[in-house]
Design a protein around this ligand. Structure first.
Ligand SMILES: Nc1ncnc2c1ncn2[C@@H]1O[C@H](COP(=O)(O)OP(=O)(O)OP(=O)(O)O)[C@@H](O)[C@H]1O
Ligand SMILES: [Mg+2]
Length: 286
């Protein structure tokens, strides 16, 4: 298999059960999904449905209770430099400069100084951060930190990039810019991406395919292909095809969010809160 065909994630009939404080939590159940080499795939679903658990399975941080998870046809047994991970929290080393942060994985691999410096500079240039190579993380904005996080994850040339709500902590304007930067970088690297988000527009803008998960225990509820051409541009978000996808995904997620919040809400919570409101506020439950 040539290098460009690497980064194939295949998950079959996967279940993960956590044991904590004497109780069992089945986080995901019967999940089958895949990411093809070079494909950008998003996972979307209600809070607690097992998205991070699935990503952690692929990262090798969590073990399956049943079923299988493979990367390029081999069972995933633990973390590896073939997978880069970016979390919502900026997990940069505060005591290292931006460039040293990016170089870190390469240093661990024993790459000589001059080679890792030039690799880090090239990547920082692509992310528009070269001028900040000697800054420290606490001197950067949230968006810049997360760009460093992405660049750092890419530095060891992984076949797979795993991103767990990477832009969740950013304001909406920064987020849109980050989406453009990410889609441009992905276009150049063409590595496989598994991306978690709660943001429907973000999932559509970035992805080739989107898996919608059910409420916990998470299963795959729907698989939606995004037929928008590449490169993606901000103008596309106003196109009829985009707007239609937003509606379709919103309906799917709404059903699951209601399920996740339990039956109380379904049984009347949304048709009125069952309270009598008088001049002094809530007077009684009716
Ligand atoms: N290490 C763990 N030990 C015990 N339970 C866990 C552990 N990790 C996750 N869980 C439970 O598994 C379920 C799925 O969690 P997970 O973090 O995968 O959900 P999520 O879809 O990523 O949620 P969110 O959208 O809020 O990030 C939750 O009920 C959670 O409490
Ligand atoms: Mg999560």
């Amino acid at each position: 298999m040539s290098d460009e065909r690497k980064g194939w994630i295949q998950i079959d009939d996967l279940a993960v059960t956590f044991h904590a404080n004497g109780t069992e939590v089945r986080a995901v159940d019967g999940v089958s999904m895949n990411v093809q080499p070079g494909e950008f795939v998003s996972l979307i679903g209600p809070s607690g449905c097992g998205k991070s658990t699935l990503l952690n399975i692929v990262a090798g941080f969590v073990q399956a209770s049943a079923g299988s998870a493979e990367l390029d046809g081999k069972p995933i047994k633990g973390p590896g430099s073939d997978r880069g991970v970016v979390f919502q929290q900026y997990s940069l080393f505060p005591w290292l400069s931006v460039r040293k942060n990016v170089e870190f994985g390469l240093r661990m691999q024993g790459v000589p100084r001059s080679r890792r410096e030039s690799a880090a500079r090239t990547l920082l240039g692509l992310a528009g951060l070269l001028a900040f190579e000697n800054h420290y993380p606490d001197q950067l904005s949230g968006g810049m930190k997360q760009r460093v996080g992405i660049v750092r994850a890419l530095a060891t040339s992984p076949q797979v990039l795993l991103m767990d709500e990477p832009f969740g902590a950013l304001d909406s304007q920064t987020r849109v810019v980050m989406q453009e930067i990410l889609t441009n970088m992905w276009q150049q690297f063409r590595i496989s991406v598994l991306f978690i988000t709660h943001d429907i527009e973000e999932a559509i803008f970035l992805s080739d395919r989107i898996y919608v998960m059910t409420a916990r225990p998470g299963r795959i509820k729907a698989e939606i292909a995004v037929p928008l051409p590449r490169p993606r541009t901000p103008e596309m978000t106003a196109s009829p095809a985009f707007v239609e996808l937003v509606q379709q995904l919103k309906a799917l997620i709404r059903e699951e969010s209601l399920a996740a919040m339990g039956s109380e809400l379904k049984d009347g919570g949304l048709t009125g809160f069952g309270v009598k409101v008088g001049p002094h506020g809530v007077e009684e439950m009716v």
